[in-house]
Design a protein around this ligand. Structure first.
Ligand SMILES: NC(=O)c1ccc[n+]([C@@H]2O[C@H](COP(=O)([O-])OP(=O)(O)OC[C@H]3O[C@@H](n4cnc5c(N)ncnc54)[C@H](O)[C@@H]3O)[C@@H](O)[C@H]2O)c1
Length: 351
């Protein structure tokens, strides 16, 4: 971290450094450690300043700002969601974020968060599933085999022991890529030709498709008793993945109700439909899975505390390593009020 004479410098984790950090740690270890930070922050839920994210919607996508603070640290993430982007070689979701010191307001970390978002989303899904999925779950269907999918598979392997995957995507080449990428991790993987086929025999179903509108990835007849549904892709107003009838048969668990009511699957339900907050389950205020026949649904939309946890984890992880660069981000004149003088001295130095 910068010494006092280097107040201009902020540790910066580029995409390259993030990849090196994840690979040096081991992806599954990274997911497990990150999940522990996420769970720890869910345990102190009440100490956070929380707000639903600020979303700017356009015809083809959304740009969102996601802030959270525990009174000592403040974090925010910039993230977009543009399902059409992959057609022009871009990611559907890209992100970066900042962690700052509340006492001084000075940033402590600037980080890429495209990879980190995929990791934190998967880690959060797996934390929820620890409390909600049937005991001894081994088999997971993943519907939507895009950028997030392999991370989901690995988080469920690391935290729950999932070793059997059933993959389906509208685009068979996405399924093939996902299967090839995951083969080296010791899964038994079946590429399926429909969502119905993928769900057959699964203990857990993860839906992680991208669309700009309401879709019906899962219909009621596909969902048998005892299943855990990890619904990740429906995360915007007007963008859902599950048929409403499934919601009516499920016990629904959410991150932050004011945000999920607007963005999650439950936007299809009346505003007073009963849901359980995930943090309540984690601290033991509420029950997670109660029976073998119960259908549990984690209506994931992604919440700012998870990004805060991810930034906090990365900051701890890079301390004393070479997995960051120092970025000349903050103006730091010798006399704090002489900002303009610093500009003049720069001009003089340029001759
Ligand atoms: N809940 C969260 O915290 C969170 C975090 C990150 C991303 N997301 C959301 O997850 C979704 C997926 O993100 P991504 O980065 O993997 O996107 P992506 O564009 O890389 O992949 C999406 C995949 O879904 C497939 N698909 C679309 N419609 C389908 C359908 N009807 N049936 C089967 N497959 C279908 C596409 O062919 C594509 O391969 C996005 O909607 C994103 O906003 C949620």
């Amino acid at each position: 971290m910068p010494a006092l004479e280097n107040l201009n410098l902020v540790p910066f984790v580029s995409v390259e450094k993030m990849m090196d950090l994840v690979l040096a740690t081991g992806t599954e270890t990274f997911l497990t450690e990150l999940a522990a930070y996420i769970e720890e922050d869910f345990r102190r839920w009440e100490s956070f300043d929380k707000v639903a994210r600020v979303a700017a919607h356009s015809i083809d996508g959304v740009i969102e700002l996601m802030p959270a603070s525990d009174g000592r640290l403040y974090g925010f993430k910039y993230v977009n969601g543009h399902p059409k982007n992959t057609k022009t070689g871009r990611q559907t979701v890209t992100a970066f974020g900042v962690l700052a010191d509340v006492d001084t307001g000075y940033p402590l970390l600037l980080s890429e968060m495209t990879i980190l978002t995929a990791l934190r989303t998967a880690a959060t899904s797996a934390v929820a599933a620890k409390y909600l999925a049937p005991n001894g779950s081994r088999r997971m269907a993943i519907i939507g085999n895009g950028a997030q999918s392999e991370f989901q598979a690995l988080a469920f392997k690391a935290l729950l022991g999932i070793d059997n995957l059933r993959l389906y995507d509208l685009d068979p080449s996405a399924t093939q890529r996902c299967k090839t990428n995951l083969e080296r991790f010791g899964f038994h993987i079946e590429a399926c030709s429909s969502a119905e086929q993928a769900v057959e025999g699964a203990d857990i179903v993860t839906t992680v498709t991208a669309d700009k509108q309401n879709a019906t990835i899962l219909t009621d007849n596909m969902i048998g008793a005892g299943l855990h549904i990890n619904a990740v892709g429906g995360d915007c107003p007007g963008k859902t993945e599950l048929h409403r009838d499934i919601l009516l048969r499920s016990d629904i668990f959410v991150e932050f109700p004011p945000q999920t009511r607007i963005e999650g699957e439950i936007q299809q339900l009346p505003a007073d439909h009963a849901v359980t907050e995930l943090w309540d389950v984690i601290v033991g205020n509420a029950q997670g899975r109660r029976s073998d026949r119960q259908i549990t649904l984690f209506d994931s939309v992604g919440f700012a505390t998870e990004d805060f946890s991810a930034l906090r984890y990365v900051r701890d992880k890079i301390a004393g390593t070479a997995f960051f660069d120092n970025l000349d981000l903050l103006a730091d004149p010798d006399e704090p009020r002489d900002l303009f003088g610093m500009l003049l001295r720069r001009q003089a130095a340029q001759g």
